[in-house]
Every structure is written in structure tokens, then in C-alpha cells.
Ligand binder design. Sequence first.
Ligand SMILES: NC(=O)c1ccc[n+]([C@@H]2O[C@H](COP(=O)([O-])OP(=O)(O)OC[C@H]3O[C@@H](n4cnc5c(N)ncnc54)[C@H](OP(=O)(O)O)[C@@H]3O)[C@@H](O)[C@H]2O)c1
Length: 307
Amino acid sequence: MPDNPSSDVLLVTGAAGQLGRRVLANLLDVHGVAPQRLVAVTRDPAKLADVAARGVAVRRGDCDDPATLAPAFSGAHRLLLISTNVIDRPGVRVAQHKAAVAAAEAAGVAHVVYTSMPRPDRSVIPFAPDHLATEQALASSPLGWTVLRNAWYCENLGFTLPSVLASGQWFTSAGDGRVAYITREDCARVAAAALIAHPAENAIHEITGPAALTTAETAATIGDVLGVPMAVVQVSDEELVQGMIGAGSPEPMARIWASFDSNTQLGNFDIVTDAVERLTGRPPETLRAHFTANKAAYLPAGAGATT
Ligand SMILES: NC(=O)c1ccc[n+]([C@@H]2O[C@H](COP(=O)([O-])OP(=O)(O)OC[C@H]3O[C@@H](n4cnc5c(N)ncnc54)[C@H](OP(=O)(O)O)[C@@H]3O)[C@@H](O)[C@H]2O)c1
């Protein structure tokens, strides 16, 4: 690694994803990193033509095709490994992420930042072992590493809300379990800061929103902001699964989605830290602020329009 951190080449994998794009924007526009120091790796470089036009090196890299990773990672000093989105086939991501870790090591990368999830060691979510195995692969490598255990995105609620808005009922098996929702943008701010930082030690950070809310509190907040009353209906895990299947969700995905609620009830998302402020200098956005700023995006087209 060069002595002068400002000469480090910073690489972002999965750069065309929603998080990856925001991380690149943070590095360029907030931290003022010179584009010549950045490498954006994606399966489809055409999607990042705008980023390439700013002077960032855009390279093709696909964790399903490890041979692409050696040229993609060449010359990088610090690398953000964004977890892939293959959540419906547990185990696939382990191979993808291990290929990336091995390629980073072979390319002489000094430090890897990885986007994990809360408490992967005790989570009941089917894809949690993928994150745990990736954390372990980093820990047993000679690489320096920073693990960002990102809490659940506020934006995930966009998948739940259409049926809630249509029926006025929010079915959940989460009981009084709490989730410290965080915005994707705050996760991107943290990832950019972690990629730039030169920590003395490897570390796991729990990246959370500012408060852990029950489903009742979440529904009350969102209902208040959107102006739509929402009744929270507690059901069993299996009733939740069957309800989603009845609404048209394939059973494997219904079981994954329902496991978020089971995991919430077990307390595995009930973590609040000051890591966002500590790592970025600014506290995370609240759920209320996020929904207030993005109200129109969460309401059905036409709803809430003024005449
Ligand atoms: N905390 C949460 O609530 C939450 C919610 C959703 C997702 N996540 C996790 O956080 C990650 C980033 O979130 P996001 O919002 O950016 O999701 P997204 O927009 O769905 O992005 C998917 C990401 O997966 C990458 N990817 C997929 N297959 C890949 C492969 N074979 N090799 C390399 N990269 C591959 C994509 O990279 P390219 O398209 O550039 O190749 C992209 O960065 C997700 O992939 C998922 O692991 C967390």
C-alpha cells in the first residue's frame, strides 16, 4: 500500500447497483476523490457510461466468472465488495464473494470493505449464512477488512406498503420486535467513508438508523406522514407465509420475506449504534424524515395529488 493514502486507488464492485452508484457519487462529489483514483467494477459497463464520462475507470467484473476479477481488480489498493443480490439461492453468494476475496488478495489489495447484515451469526434469515461465511473468509485472509453490517433499508418498506395501502392492514409476525431502519443513502455515505478511512484495526460496524421501531411504531409513523391509517395485524409466521403466497408471491420468496419478521421478533434487528455519525460525521436520517422527503414515491400514482 502506498505511504500516502491520497494516492490509493479505490475500487467499488457492483458499481451499477443502487448502493454502488451512491457510493461512487459520495466519493466524487462529497469527498472530492479524483476520478483517476477510482475504479468502478460492474457486470455491465454500459450502465456506467455516465461515470466513465467523468473519468472513472469502469471495468467489467462478474463474481460468477472469477476470471474477470483479476483484470478488474488490478492496481486497486482498497476495495468495497458490495454483497451481490442473489438472495433466493442460499450459498451462491458464498462462492461469489469468496471469488472476490481471493481475487482481491491475488491483486495485492490491502483492505476490503464488505456490506454484511445485522447479526448474521444468529439470524434466521435463509441468506444470513452467506454473509457470515463472507465475513469469515475475510477474517481468515491476510487482507485488512472492515465489515459494515447494514441494518434494513427504509426503502425495503416500499415492497410491503402497496398491499398495506390497498387494504389498510399491515400483516406481520414480528410482534413487538424492533428494526432500526436506515436509508440506502446513509449506507452509501458510510461505505464511502469506510473505503477512504485507514483504520488501525479490522472492525465490524453495526450500521443502523437512529431508532429501533416496532411494526406498530413504523406503521404509525408512515401512516401519519402519508395520511393513511394502517392497522397492524399480528399473525403467525406460517399465516404470514400463506398470506403472501395467496397474494401471488412464490413460496421460496414468501418464506424469505416472512423470515424478516421472524428475525425481527427474535430481536436480531434490534440494534442501534452511533456508527453512522462516528464514521461520517453526520447522524442517520430518521424513518419519518425519509418518508416525508419521499412521500410521493411511496403513494400510488395519483394519490395525494392536490387539485
Ligand atoms: N440492508 C438492506 O436492507 C438490503 C436491501 C437490499 C439489498 N441489500 C444488499 O446490499 C447490496 C446492495 O444493495 P443495492 O440496494 O445496491 O441492491 P441492488 O440495486 O439490487 O444491486 C445489486 C448488486 O448486486 C451486484 N451483483 C449481482 N450479481 C453480481 C455478480 N455476479 N457479480 C458482481 N456483482 C453482482 C450488482 O452489481 P452490478 O449490477 O454492478 O454488476 C449490484 O451492485 C445488495 O446486493 C444486497 O446484498 C441490503
